[in-house]
Design a protein around this ligand. Structure first.
Ligand code: ZN
Length: 227
């Protein structure tokens, strides 16, 4: 199974990718980590990517896809993978498809984590972090017992600049603008599955597993030698 997880920041797709990859024996490939790893280990494509990063330039899509290619040819991707955080644009999706096609592969499913603005705002803008020990809190879901004070060390809690309301709304706006035609592309290819990620984590996991299961069922029998 070759799967892509798409969704705006705060949609909880990282957590789901973590769970589902373990459950289905897939590799969880987070594009941010992947790029960092490739640069650190100094693979051929990693070195190319480093040149761009050091100059403060965006790494070209083709290089990112080459790094993904190196990664998915490894043994732990035999059963497939979940690509998390890539592609983000239509042109990236096309480069990715092209690469998979050359390997005789294709994406099986794309999960789009649709979230309401309200729930993203609630989730992100309620986050608080301890300024001393780094412990995570949430004003609604994981509140500290004393307002603004860390339970573990008594440190002051603060809100990351990234989590401020205006920043969260702006990130969501940019995300939707960038991904609109990407989502449409996968919808046309008939592999897009929308996940309403306002539900609780366990329900979402179950929904995703059900969709994966029903997609496996309808696979052609070529792999069993039936003509
Ligand atoms: Zn603390």
């Amino acid at each position: 199974m070759r799967i892509v997880f798409l969704g705006p920041p705060g949609a909880g797709k990282g957590t789901q990718a973590e769970t589902i990859s373990k459950e289905k024996n897939l590799s969880h490939i987070s594009s941010g980590n992947l790029l960092r790893e490739a640069v650190e280990t100094g693979t051929e494509t990693g070195i190319k990517a480093r040149d761009y990063i050091e100059k403060g330039l965006l790494v070209p899509d083709q290089i990112v896809v080459d790094i993904i290619k190196e990664r998915i040819l490894k043994d732990d991707c035999k059963e497939g993978f979940i690509l998390d955080g890539f592609p983000r644009t239509l042109s990236q999706a096309k480069v990715l498809d092209e690469m998979l096609k050359k390997l005789g592969n294709k994406l099986d499913l794309v999960f789009y984590f649709a979230v309401s603005k309200e729930s993203v705002v609630l989730r992100l803008s309620g986050r608080r972090i301890c300024s001393i020990c780094g412990a995570n809190y949430h004003v609604k879901y994981v509140p500290s017992s004393k307002d603004g004070i860390c339970d573990k060390c008594g440190g002051k809690l603060y809100q990351r600049a990234d989590d401020k309301l205006e920043t969260v709304l702006e990130r969501m706006r940019v995300y939707h603008e960038q991904t609109e035609d990407l989502i449409e592309y996968y919808r046309k290819n008939d592999i897009l599955k929308e996940i309403v990620s306002d539900a609780n984590i366990e329900t979402i996991t179950k929904n995703i597993l059900d969709i994966i299961k029903s997609n496996l069922k309808y696979k052609p029998l070529i792999s069993f030698g039936v003509i």
